[in-house]
Ligand binder design. Structure first.
Ligand code: ZN
Length: 255
C-alpha cells in the first residue's frame, strides 16, 4: 500500500470528482474558535468527573455537579464564533460540493456558519429539554438561571428534570441521527474527516465504513489518527487555513 498524499491539491481534485462528499468533524475544528477540547488536558473533563446519565437521574448531588460543569462549559462556548474551517464547509455545502456535515461537536458553530444539514451525534448545547414533558428551553435561558444561582434548574411547565440536549455518558446516541450518519457513510464517495482523533466510537467507524464501501478518505487533523494508513490524503496543517485553501481553489473565497 502506498502512503497517503499530503497535498491540498489532491483534496481539491477528489472533491471536484466527488458526487456525494460528506464531512465529519470533531473538536479540532472548533479549537481554532477558542472552544477548548473538553477531552484535552485543562478541558472540563480533566477537572471534573463526568456525570453518567443514570446518576443524573438518580442523584441530586450528581445533578448539582452536572450543572456546575455545564455552567463552566457554557462560559467557554458563549462567545465562540465560527472560523474559516466552519465557513469553508458551509460554502462547500452551498455550492453542492458536500452534502452534509456529521459532527461530534455540541457547540452549534457549523449552523452559525450557515451549514444546513448538520448531524449532531452528541446532541447540542444550544437547548435543554425536560425529561418528563419534553418542553424545550433555549440553552441561554437555562444558563442565565445557573448564573443567577439556581443549582438545579427545573421545568416551568411540570417541575420535572431538565437536561442539556447534549448526550451524556451512559446515554444512547440519538438513533435517527446515527442511522442517517451511517447511511451517509455507506453511500458517500468521499469522506473528509476533520479535527477528530478518530479514536472514540462511532467516530472511528464512520470513516472506516466509508472506506470499506469504496469511498476516498481525507483526514485533516493536527495529530496522527489510527486511520491515517487507510486514508488517500492526510493533512496535518491548521484546519481553518487548509479548508479555506480547498474552498478557494474550488472558487469559493472565504472572508
Ligand atoms: Zn416538563
Amino acid at each position: 500500500m502506498t502512503s497517503p498524499s499530503t497535498s491540498i491539491s489532491d483534496v481539491v481534485r477528489l472533491l471536484s470528482a466527488s458526487k456525494l462528499a460528506v464531512a465529519f468533524t470533531g473538536a479540532g475544528i472548533s479549537t481554532e474558535s477558542g472552544v477548548p477540547d473538553f477531552r484535552s488536558p485543562g478541558g472540563v473533563w480533566s477537572r471534573y468527573q463526568p456525570v453518567y446519565y443514570h446518576d443524573f437521574l438518580a442523584s441530586e448531588a450528581a445533578r448539582r455537579q452536572y450543572w456546575r460543569m455545564k455552567k463552566e462549559g457554557y462560559r467557554e462556548l458563549k462567545d465562540a464564533k465560527p472560523n474559516n474551517g466552519h465557513h469553508a464547509l458551509a460554502a462547500l455545502e452551498a455550492a453542492g460540493k458536500i452534502v452534509a456535515v456529521i459532527t461530534q461537536n455540541i457547540d452549534g458553530l457549523h449552523q452559525d456558519a450557515g451549514s444546513r444539514r448538520v448531524l449532531e451525534l452528541h446532541g447540542t448545547s444550544r437547548y435543554c429539554i425536560c425529561l418528563q414533558c419534553s418542553a424545550r428551553y433555549e440553552g441561554d435561558l437555562i444558563y442565565q438561571r445557573l448564573e443567577a444561582g439556581i443549582e438545579i434548574p427545573l421545568c416551568d411547565q411540570c417541575g420535572g428534570l431538565i437536561k442539556s440536549a447534549t448526550i451524556s455518558f451512559g446515554q444512547a446516541l440519538p438513533v435517527d441521527v446515527l442511522t442517517e450518519a451511517f447511511d451517509l457513510s455507506m453511500h458517500t464517495d468521499l469522506m473528509l474527516a476533520i479535527g477528530s482523533s478518530l479514536a472514540v466510537e462511532p467516530a472511528a467507524s464512520l470513516p472506516l465504513q466509508a472506506k470499506q464501501n469504496g469511498a476516498h478518505l481525507v483526514i485533516i487533523n493536527r495529530t496522527e489518527t489510527p486511520l491515517d494508513g487507510l486514508a488517500d490524503v492526510v493533512i496535518r496543517e491548521p484546519i481553518g487555513e487548509s479548508l479555506a485553501k480547498v474552498a478557494r481553489e474550488l472558487g469559493h473565497e472565504i472572508r
